[in-house]
Design a protein around this ligand. Structure first.
Ligand SMILES: CC(=O)N[C@H]1[C@@H](OP(=O)(O)OP(=O)(O)OC[C@H]2O[C@@H](n3ccc(=O)[nH]c3=O)[C@H](O)[C@@H]2O)O[C@H](CO)[C@@H](O)[C@@H]1O
Ligand SMILES: C=C(OP(=O)(O)O)C(=O)O
Length: 430
């Protein structure tokens, strides 16, 4: 099993290019099959989740052509099966976008129930409610979500909770329904806007994405398009927190600073210096950071996908912070792992009381999920001594060339496959 070996204690310094947003890419790649013409998607993050989705798209007959590392051409003209199920697709969350896309285009689909990070119960009732409101019959049969409709008809849908997945999924299906759909209490994340912009570039008629009311007029068919995915807000935020945790100086490049505002605001409160330009943000941290309180919220609030990474920095602050996780009920599992590194954190329900320690000490830890895994890597880079992070396949789901980017900032990190390789790395860097 692959693991990361890290020798910590060095500030991370330099510039890093941020990849395309995983959570936008997943919606966009699924949506691409709705056109029968060529769709070129640029700035696609080359990560396990996008690769699994592309394999699934290809397995039902869509043409998938890799142009280069971050560009793919998709043509959905010859889709021959509307049933998507394999061991891999069951592991990712965004498999459910194929349901919305295929239901919209062909009025029926069967897709395995989604997986994704085990961070809470993650129901899909709002997706089902939305599809049903459009006139589909939806059932769960042997681990598959089955949706079919004689005709999809636009509807007025009020989501009971603010949900990214259901907003995108119902938007996909409604974009090819008859007539008008209004989505109320819609999620406003940048990737919702990106998926809507992508659909519009194929000929959809979607207005209001980025606000909590999205209005969609269904169209009969989509044309081809060329589209570049937005930069990844969460990857950028992860490197920004790494700068603070390691008392470094990192410029994240190819970003949209507006998307990072909730993260920037918290890092400023923690005492970091921040410089913004049109498409870059520099984070400089010269001394131990200050504590602050954080509550995760839907956009434009502080993202739940950034909670573990900022908590790693707060765990080294000069006081006590309160971090409240309001989106997923089980997103503090990594705190037990961090305790092995000498942290002082107490979790009660959805709240973590984080008392800063002067340093982390290297230890052997296991990544429980994607963002917590990345957070433990940052802890390792900030820690004294060697850290081993196991189960790094979680991290590879969503970070492109994570260790390469960290190395370019001076991080001493190696991906190894055996104890022998681990020892070799340790001997090399001493
Ligand atoms: C692939 C992808 O884009 N994943 C992101 C997406 O996940 P995902 O789309 O699964 O998350 P949602 O925004 O849907 O979930 C938000 C909240 O709504 C609840 N809920 C959701 C759907 C539903 O039908 N019923 C329901 O009750 C969830 O349990 C959760 O408490 O948004 C999350 C919140 O920003 C991020 O952490 C994930 O990285
Ligand atoms: C939770 C995440 O992803 P997913 O919804 O795909 O599990 C994430 O990206 O942090």
């Amino acid at each position: 099993m692959e693991q990361y070996i890290i020798k910590g204690g060095n500030p991370l310094v330099g510039e890093v290019n941020i990849s395309g947003a995983k959570n936008a890419a997943l919606g966009i790649l699924a949506a691409a099959v709705m056109s029968n013409d060529d769709v070129l998607v640029e700035n696609m993050p080359n990560v396990n989740d996008t690769n699994i989705l592309l394999q699934a798209i290809a397995s039902v007959g869509a043409k998938v052509e890799r142009i280069d590392n971050n560009t793919v051409k998709i043509n959905g003209a010859n889709i021959r099966s509307l049933c998507i199920d394999d061991g891999f697709i069951r592991k990712i969350r965004a498999s459910y976008y194929l349901l919305g896309a295929l239901l919209g285009k062909y009025k029926r689909a069967r897709v395995a129930l989604p997986g994704g990070c085990a961070i809470g119960s993650r129901p899909i009732d709002q997706h089902i409610k939305g599809f049903r409101a459009l006139g589909a019959k939806v059932s769960i049969e042997n681990g598959m979500i089955v949706a079919e409709a004689d005709q999809l008809v636009g509807a007025h849908i009020y989501f009971d909770v603010v949900t990214v997945g259901a907003t995108i999924n119902v938007m996909l299906a409604a974009s090819m329904a008859e007539g008008r759909t209004v989505l109320e209490n819609a999620a406003k994340e940048p990737h919702i806007v990106d998926v809507a912009n992508f659909l519009n570039s194929m000929g959809a008629d979607i207005k209001g994405a980025g606000t909590d009311v999205i209005r969609i007029r269904g169209v009969k068919r989509f044309k081809g398009t060329e589209y570049a995915i937005i930069p990844d807000q969460i990857e950028a935020g992860t490197f920004m927190c790494a700068a603070v945790a390691t008392k470094g100086d990192i410029t994240v490049k190819n970003v949209i600073p507006k998307h990072l505002e909730s993260i920037t605001a918290k890092l400023l409160e923690m005492g970091a210096q921040i410089e913004e330009s049109d498409d870059a943000v520099r984070v400089v941290a010269t001394r131990r950071c200050h504590p602050t309180n954080i509550k995760t919220l839907p956009y434009p609030g502080f993202p739940t996908d950034m909670q573990p990474q900022i908590l790693i920095a707060l765990g080294l602050s000069d006081g006590t912070s309160i971090v409240t996780e309001s989106i997923f009920e089980n997103r503090f599992k990594y705190v037990d792992e961090l305790a092995r590194m000498g942290s002082n954190i107490k979790v009660e329900g959805n709240t973590a009381f984080v008392t800063g320690v002067s340093e982390y000490r290297g230890a052997k830890v296991t990544a429980p999920d994607l963002r917590a895994g990345a957070a433990l890597v940052i802890a390792g880079l900030a820690a004294e001594g060697f850290t081993t992070v196991d189960d790094i396949h979680y991290i590879q789901r969503g970070y492109e060339n994570f260790e390469g980017k960290l190395r370019s900032l001076g991080g001493m990190i190696e991906r190894v496959n055996s104890e022998k390789e681990a020892q070799k790395f340790k001997l090399k860097i001493g």
